[in-house]
Design a binder for this molecule. Structure first.
Ligand SMILES: O=C(O)c1cc(=O)[nH]c(=O)n1[C@@H]1O[C@H](COP(=O)(O)O)[C@@H](O)[C@H]1O
Length: 237
């Protein structure tokens, strides 16, 4: 199975996102994450534009609503030909199962393979204090993340989004076939920004991460292609 370095295309307009991608050689096909900012600004057209350039798309809209609404929304997203998409594990078993049903139904109707469904566990910007005080969840961040991974697996998800700090515990709990895709990745000298649970690409690889999500260290680099290639080589060595 491929272990992608997924570039978070966090830009406010399609023009800026495509100008960023145009810096990459035409024959270098990557996986990019289109999140709320870009999708709200540019809609499904930006998904198509990125796919037409040969890149795979991770559509990250982190759905969280009642099961019926999530199922209907996923039916629409399932028709876009994306590789991965996201739903919040905190919505519970019924919502996750509904998300999976909708995604598979949408993809089947469009004659496409179903995208991998990844459940958001605890955001990598969450720390122990936020978990215990703001969310009023007792216990450790790791225990909460592993619990959500078990729930997501039982509900038919293909994997979770978590910090690379929790990947090993997840794989021990639910098996190595279940994907642990990890944002909160920072090369050794990079600043953490708003991320709390971070790891370097090399440490994430060692921990068994199934894919990295990385934005600012690439998108805001002076030479984004070199930043991407440096991370790729650290990750795959
Ligand atoms: O779902 C995500 O992709 C996500 C989950 C999470 O727990 N933490 C997290 O940072 N992300 C996303 O991963 C990207 C990280 O960006 P950088 O912090 O710039 O590398 C952003 O697009 C976030 O929305």
């Amino acid at each position: 199975m491929s272990r992608p370095v997924i570039i978070a295309l966090d830009f406010p307009t399609a023009t800026k996102a495509l100008a960023f991608l145009d810096q990459f050689p035409a024959n270098l096909h990557v996986t990019v994450k289109i999140g709320m900012e870009l999708f709200y600004a540019a809609g499904p057209e930006i998904v198509k534009a990125v796919q037409q350039r040969g890149h795979a798309v991770f559509l990250d809209l982190k759905l969280h609503d009642i099961p019926n609404t999530v199922e209907s929304a996923m039916r629409v997203l399932g028709q876009l030909g994306v590789t991965y998409t996201t739903v919040h594990a905190a919505g519970g078993h019924m919502m996750l199962a509904a998300a999976k049903r909708g995604l598979v139904a949408g993809a089947t109707a469009a004659g496409l393979p179903a995208p991998k469904l990844l459940a958001i566990t605890q955001l990598t910007s969450t720390n122990q204090d936020i978990l215990n005080q703001d969310q009023q969840i007792a216990g450790t961040v790791r225990a909460s993340v592993v619990h959500y991974a078990q729930l997501a697996q039982q509900s038919g998800c293909d994997g979770v989004i978590c910090s690379a700090q929790e990947v090993q515990a997840i794989h021990e709990a639910v098996g190595t076939d279940f994907l642990g895709i990890t944002p909160g990745i920072r090369p050794a000298q990079a600043q953490a920004d708003d991320q709390q649970r971070v790891m370097t690409p090399a440490a994430a690889a060692k921990a068994g991460s199934n894919g990295l999500v990385i934005g600012r260290p690439i998108t805001q680099a002076t030479d984004p292609v070199k930043a991407y290639q440096d991370i790729m080589s650290e990750w795959s060595n």
